[in-house]
Write a protein that binds this ligand. Structure first.
Ligand SMILES: [Mg+2]
Length: 359
């Protein structure tokens, strides 16, 4: 029996929360991220408002470039504590709609409502209810995709932002995916996209019709994974509540530390500990986050999501070092932490592949 899965994604979440908090920011280009330092800043844009997007600014872009594109935008530091508070209330609303619920990030969640509704018409009603409730309670909009698989629902939620609702009924999945660019598939980053283009593959439809064995030659097991995703085949489940969503370790120093050599050493130790706990639980990960609390208690987090699942301890060390480096500038630090999330085990790529290895 085909499932009914919702993917709910808040629209330009950080920027919208800021605009909600300070109504004077409504209608203005708002960029949330690191300090642009009049164009000399070295960080990146976390989120920006739709007004800022009109200047060509987007998340992940160097903040210095954003500043070049729109120096007059309102630049705000990331206020994670505030976003988490709002997120908690939004997730509460979502959680109340489905037994099978999975939060995937601060502003994103999957709901499998196959047991709650009988058909897609019922699902649309639930989606509209969610939108109204979030709008009334938090003054925020979200975009929702409804589809029989997680990956199609996620792609659908992204197609009609902001305040979108895109429904892909089971018999329309292949046709829906067909014209879209391959990069819309989960796990296909810039690198894979380039390789696929070299094979003459631009759309998901072209990928679905390509020779599977050739894909395996080029990408190994992941070739089968992407081939299946392109067919619209994805039986990964929306995990039940209470499932481990991340593993983390942090360390508070006895005295505040400013020496970067000591800090990198400490980070390496934490990486070792967090890797051990990942191993114990049998997970792989995709996202590495670091938390840095300065002597004055200002706390920063930085995260990076890889384009593949891994269990590699050196990757944890390297990525966390890179993420933390902007804070290792002589400023005194009181706490460091590393979190691994986007954990795999029963995640898409692995389940799909394991099924195939047995074949
Ligand atoms: Mg979002």
């Amino acid at each position: 029996m085909s499932r009914i899965i919702l993917h709910v994604d808040m629209d330009s979440f950080y920027a919208s929360v800021e605009q909600r908090r300070a109504p004077s920011l409504k209608g203005l280009p708002v960029v949330v991220g690191s300090d642009p330092k009049s164009g000399k800043g070295r960080g990146v844009v976390s989120t920006c408002s739709y007004e800022a997007r009109e200047f060509g600014i987007h998340s992940g872009m160097p903040i210095s470039l954003a500043y070049k594109l729109c120096p007059d935008a309102v630049y705000l530091r990331v206020n994670m504590q505030l976003y988490k508070e709002v997120s908690r209330r939004v997730m509460e609303i979502l959680r109340s709609k489905a037994i099978r619920f999975q939060q995937v990030s601060v502003d994103e969640a999957f709901l499998d409502i196959s047991e709650e509704v009988v058909d897609y018409k019922g699902a649309v009603n639930v989606a509209q209810e969610i939108k109204v409730q979030i709008k009334e309670q938090e003054g925020l909009t979200c975009s929702i995709g409804i589809a029989p698989t997680r990956s199609a629902a996620k792609i659908a939620s992204d197609l009609d932002k902001p305040d979108g609702l895109t429904v892909v009924e089971p018999d329309r999945v292949a046709g829906f995916l067909e014209p879209l660019e391959v990069r819309r598939l989960q796990g296909i980053g810039r690198k894979n996209e380039e390789i696929l283009q070299g094979l003459g593959i631009r759309t998901i439809g072209q990928l679905a019709r390509f020779d599977r064995d050739k894909l395996v030659d080029v990408f190994g097991k992941w070739g089968t994974g992407m081939y299946l995703l392109a067919q619209g085949v994805d039986d990964s489940e929306v995990e039940e509540r209470g499932v481990t969503r991340s593993v983390s370790r942090e360390h508070t120093f006895d005295v505040d530390i400013g020496d970067s050599i000591v800090l990198y050493g400490a980070l390496d130790n934490i990486a070792g500990l967090v890797h051990k706990s990942l191993q114990n639980k049998g997970f792989s990960f995709r996202t590495v986050s670091v938390k840095v609390r300065q002597a004055d208690f200002t706390t920063f987090t930085r995260a990076r999501t890889l384009d593949h699942d891994t269990r590699d301890p050196d990757t944890i060390r390297q990525v966390s070092g890179e993420l933390a480096s902007e804070f290792f500038n002589g400023r005194k630090i009181r706490l460091l932490g590393i979190r691994l999330s986007n954990l795999g085990k029963n995640k898409l790529r692995q389940t799909t592949l394991e099924d195939f290895i047995k074949e």
